[in-house]
Design a protein around this ligand. Structure first.
Ligand code: SPV
Ligand code: MG
Length: 436
């Protein structure tokens, strides 16, 4: 029996309803009419993996429950907007939300309820079920080839922009998979959305130069190592893509293993890293030939989800803004799913200028930036300039190398390893970071 005219608000973010949710919904129904604040797909994507079931499906499932009167969208971790709109008499939550970002949401709920005399009811946490355990159990399911491949396009739809980080092996993939920053003051949770398999770093970890020397079989092994231990979408640095006849095979292979996108650059001859500056001669490919390569790749792919992104190197090669814009347009006409515009200028001005012009004609085409040299600009400001994917392209390698050199030299200097104990992780910690 429900109490007369009372309303109860319950926020639900999960894909899967577990016993804990059912207990809370049952408890809510005893107090009044249950309004479920269902986190939207966009809202969930602000702080964790997007849901497997989309909002409409989740809404219909919840609406079909006899204890639920109404389902309303909640667009972020904050309840405030909905509480002010619906003024429920009660908010019900499990009593397990007193830490981290959840604590901030809880405090806000208490404050907003106090504005009109609502009440927070906390029910005992259901022992044995937790959202994060359910999420962990779902990991193999969300990591199927199809779902993983599609996830980059999904994130581009759900988020204003996507943050990618270099991963060059299983270990850095684990780090990028789990790294998280929570800011209770703004209730913001930051994670990496995607993984970048850099040719520079894949080569450097093998002690080789970035000149397309590490062959595709070896690059593919790196990709397997990464994908085996993580779930985030993978963007592969395809260098020049090689010969057209080879690129079509590369596309099918990457697509088959669940990679979301390959980026190829319009250079020819011996490929050299773009950040060399004037020390290396960068030879641009003929735009029509490169466009034909993109087009052949697009014809070869078999799913709608896979993306082929054209990387325009005009600014790197000193060919100018007009050339960059002309090439970007040519590659899009050939079927490219997005443009990566690269620059090694420190102030970021040429990228800004490119985006200013490009966006007038192509407001919706995904644009990828690699702000290695203009890294003083905040991600959010790059996004305002028009970036959709921001890649931190080499920072795991560049942080690992100096640490390893320092340790190697110290052991030589001291004739034992005791002196480095304070700067390295314990064996116990090593055993802990690798999941069973
Ligand atoms: C890479 O990470 O390998 C890249 C980006 O291609 S850059 O090194 O900036 O050329
Ligand atoms: Mg590269």
């Amino acid at each position: 029996m429900t109490a007369d005219n009372k309303t109860v608000y319950i926020a639900i973010a999960s894909d899967i309803l577990h016993r804990g949710h059912l207990n809370i919904i049952e408890a809510g129904a005893k107090l009044g009419e249950v309004i479920v604040g269902l986190l939207t797909d966009e809202g969930i994507a602000t702080y964790k993996r997007p849901p497997i079931l989309d909002f409409e499906t989740r809404r219909e499932l919840l609406e079909s429950m006899r204890q639920v009167s109404k389902v309303v969208p909640q667009s972020s971790l904050s309840y405030a907007e909905n509480l002010r709109a619906f003024r429920p008499d009660y908010v019900i939550h499990g009593d397990d939300w007193r830490a981290g970002i959840q604590e901030a949401a809880r405090t806000e709920v208490i404050n907003v309820l106090a504005e009109y005399g609502g009440e927070l009811v906390e029910v005992p946490y259901t022992v044995g079920v937790s959202g994060s355990e359910v999420d962990a159990k779902l990991r193999p399911l969300v990591n199927t080839t199809e779902l993983r491949r599609a996830r980059l396009r999904q994130l581009l739809r759900l988020k204003p922009w996507v943050r990618a980080m270099e991963t060059s092996n299983g270990l850095s993939a684990l780090i990028v998979e789990h790294a998280k920053h929570e800011d209770p003051a703004t209730m913001a949770v930051r994670e990496y959305d995607a993984m970048w398999v850099s040719s520079l770093c894949d080569s450097a970890f093998k002690g080789k130069p970035d000149i397309e020397l590490v062959d595709f079989s070896s690059r593919l092994q790196t990709i397997h190592d990464i994908m085996e231990v993580s779930t985030k979408p993978v963007i592969v640095d395809g260098d020049t893509g090689g010969r057209v006849e080879h690129f079509v095979y590369t596309v099918r292979t990457l697509e088959r293993v669940g990679v979301s996108a390959v980026i190829i650059e319009d250079k020819t001859g011996l490929k050299q890293n773009s950040l060399f500056g004037t020390d290396a001669t960068q030879v641009l490919d003929d735009p029509d030939q490169f466009a034909a390569k993109i087009n052949a790749g697009k014809q070869a792919q078999t799913t709608r989800d896979f993306m082929i992104i054209a990387r325009c190197e005009s600014l790197i090669a000193g060919a100018g803004m007009e050339d960059a814009l002309f090439r970007a347009k040519t590659y899009l006409a050939a079927g490219a799913d997005g443009i990566m515009i690269h620059s090694r200028e420190k102030d970021g001005e040429e990228v800004k200028e490119f985006l200013g012009s490009f966006r007038q004609e192509f407001p919706d085409v995904p644009v990828i930036l690699v702000p290695t040299s203009y890294n003083h600009i905040l991600e959010a400001d790059l996004a305002k300039m028009g970036a959709n994917v921001i890649i931190h392209a080499n920072h795991m390698l560049r942080s690992a190398y100096p640490a390893m050199v320092d340790t190697a030299e110290k052991i030589l200097r001291y004739g034992r390893s005791k002196e480095v104990d304070g700067q390295i992780m314990s064996i116990k910690e090593v055993l802990k970071i690798i999941p069973e």
